[in-house]
Structure formats: structure tokens, C-alpha cells
Design a protein around this ligand. Structure first.
Ligand code: ZN
Length: 344
């Protein structure tokens, strides 16, 4: 499918929900191809086949967007791992891998900018950050992205700089903030205020991604939905955060000596049903750009897609317990096993 015949992001959002699978860092880490800590997407160059396969799995599970894996593939992160010379090849390769899968599936092709971790609200950092966004956006534009995602910002101002760069490239922008334990951005705005400013500056979609699980993200999403008139994005992490520990970095496990983030979060993982119910609730609030961030697996994406009325290819394998040996109800099953079920 060529870009000329493909329906764009905004048209799709007008028609209904759009699913965007994220969480590439965590999933590649779990698969053994990316190091937790620095979290740099070197897998793009070292094992491109792993990234391609994950793009395909997410689309198979219901993602409408193939997002180039350039998250943390920026100059600062590349410098930290001593590979700044690979910045451009990594970005170009990540874009090429995403484009191939978008072309073969008809999914939208998105570029990605992220928090730089060097923004400090002074003029020098403003210039540094802008230059980082400019180089990545130029590569994304050259690769022919349908839109650019700018995500996981703790400072509203950093998000505004990313947005400005994307707008100057003439591309649609999805801009999402990340909310830590404090219910305000690091520059002191409520998420609703921050999103209102980002909308006013020209973003096509605004919202929240990462850091918070469904339960502790939803109240803020509701506030954002009432504060803006553009489409809203919601991409929580799939962990059972709660009022006392509202972020995945603040989760504590009495059975684990240390911080569960980022490699011992499994006991807090949302089930696919948690994510399905989140999708239903968010869509009910009028939020149409839906996804899951760090920790997401294809089973979460399928549940999210199904919860908003989709039947992705992976739905062919959605659970059907009626044919289970012990727990099933199918009359052709051996009755002795069904009678034994209560002893399982
Ligand atoms: Zn994330």
C-alpha cells in the first residue's frame, strides 16, 4: 500500500479508535537483545530482524501504527554508550525497518522523538535539545513518516520544543507527557494545563504515556479530555500502580530486596483483561488514540484492540476455554476429566 492511498492518522481518529503499540525497549530487553540501564536501542543495528519481527507481532495483535524504534536513539544516549558515531545509521535503519512493516501491512508509519534527559530550562539546554530533535526529525521526514510521536516528556517546555520542530517539518504530531509521582510536570503544570498549551502550540494529538499504569493514569486522562478539543492519547504502562505507588518506578515488592523497576516488575503486571478494561473505559471517556507503553506484550495489544471493537489477525487465537481438557464444556471431551477439574 502506498502512502498516497493510505488513510492518515487524523482521518482514522475521526472514524474511531487508533491503536499504537509501544514498549519496544522493555520487550527487546526481555528477549535478550537490549540492556536495561542505559536502554539504548542498539538492537536496531545489532539484530534488526528482532525489531522487524516485533513490529510485525504488534500489527498482527492490532496495532495501527508501526513506530520507528528511535526511542532513546538520540545523541545524548548514544554518547553515554560511546556510540555517537552510530547515531545517524541507527536512526535511518530504525526508520527503514518500521517503514518496511508499515508498507507490507498498511499500518501508519511513525517517527519517534523522546525525552532527551538533558533539558534543564536554561538557554544552552534549549539549544542542545532543539538540535537533537532537529536531526532526528529530518531523518524521519526523509524516510517519509506519516506523523511523528514525541513522548515521555517530564517538562512541558521540552515537549513544546519537540512539537515546534515537528511542525516546522510540516508533519502531524502526537505529543505525550509522562507524569511522575507528583501530579504535575517538572515545570509545574498539571497534565491538563500542559496538554492545553501543547494543543495551542499546534499538536494534533496530546496526552500521556509511560510511567503510570491504567489505574493512576485514568483520572489525569479524564482531566485532559475535558481541557482540550483535539484528540487525546493514552498509553499507560501495563503495571498495577495504585494511589500509594502511582508510578512503575515507585512500586515496591515485599518479596524482592531492591527496586522492582525495571527488571523485577513481573509480579505487578496487568493481565490482558486489565488492559482491555482500561481501553473500554478510556474510549468511553472519548479518548481515541490508545496504546500500551513499557512492558507491553502483543497479548495486551490484542486485548486493547478487541476491547474497542477490533478483530486483529491475532484474534484467531484468542482464548477459547470450551475445548480445554479439564475446564472445557465441549461435549466431545472425556467426562472423567471434567469431573476431575475441581481437583486441579
Ligand atoms: Zn514507556
Amino acid at each position: 500500500m502506498t502512502s498516497a492511498t493510505k488513510t492518515g492518522l487524523l482521518e482514522r481518529l475521526e472514524a474511531g479508535p487508533v491503536i499504537c503499540a509501544e514498549g519496544y525497549l522493555f520487550e527487546c530487553e526481555r528477549r535478550g537483545y537490549l540492556q536495561a540501564g542505559a536502554f539504548v536501542p542498539e538492537v536496531v543495528l545489532d539484530h534488526p530482524e528482532v525489531v522487524t519481527e516485533l513490529h510485525r507481532e504488534f500489527v498482527h495483535a492490532g496495532s495501527d501504527v508501526v513506530e520507528a524504534f528511535t526511542y532513546y536513539g538520540h545523541r545524548e544516549k548514544m554518547r553515554i554508550v560511546g556510540k555517537e558515531h552510530l547515531l545517524e545509521p541507527l536512526n535511518r535503519r530504525a526508520l527503514e525497518l518500521a517503514r518496511e512493516v508499515a508498507d507490507e501491512t498498511g499500518a501508519l508509519f511513525a517517527g519517534d522523538l523522546s525525552n532527551t534527559n538533558v533539558f534543564t530550562e536554561d538557554d544552552e539546554s534549549r539549544r542542545t535539545v532543539r538540535a537533537m530533535f532537529e536531526e532526528q526529525t529530518a531523518w524521519a521526514a526523509e524516510a517519509g513518516v506519516d506523523f511523528v510521536i514525541a513522548e515521555t516528556f517530564s517538562h512541558a517546555e521540552e515537549a513544546l520544543i519537540a512539537l515546534d520542530v515537528i511542525k516546522q517539518a510540516g508533519l502531524p504530531a502526537v505529543v505525550t507527557m509522562a507524569l511522575h509521582r507528583e501530579p504535575v510536570t517538572r515545570d509545574g503544570f498539571t497534565p491538563a494545563e500542559a496538554c492545553k498549551r501543547i494543543e495551542a502550540a499546534g499538536a494534533d494529538v496530546v496526552g500521556l504515556n509511560c510511567i503510570r499504569g491504567p489505574r493512576t493514569m485514568l483520572p489525569h486522562l479524564e482531566a485532559i479530555r475535558s481541557a482540550v478539543s483535539c484528540h487525546v492519547a493514552a498509553l499507560p504502562v501495563p503495571y498495577r500502580t495504585h494511589d500509594d505507588q502511582p508510578t512503575f518506578q515507585s512500586l515496591h515488592d515485599p518479596e524482592f530486596d531492591g527496586l522492582p523497576f525495571p527488571t523485577a516488575l513481573a509480579p505487578f503486571m496487568c493481565t490482558r483483561y486489565d488492559i482491555g478494561s482500561f481501553g473500554e473505559t478510556a474510549l468511553g471517556l472519548g479518548i481515541r488514540y490508545l496504546g500500551v507503553c513499557c512492558g507491553a506484550g502483543p497479548h495486551h495489544i490484542r486485548s486493547l484492540a478487541e476491547a474497542v471493537g477490533r478483530t486483529p489477525p491475532a484474534s484467531r487465537y484468542t482464548a477459547d476455554m470450551s475445548k480445554h481438557t479439564y475446564l472445557g464444556t465441549d461435549p466431545s471431551l472425556l467426562q472423567a476429566n471434567q469431573e476431575y477439574a475441581e481437583k486441579l
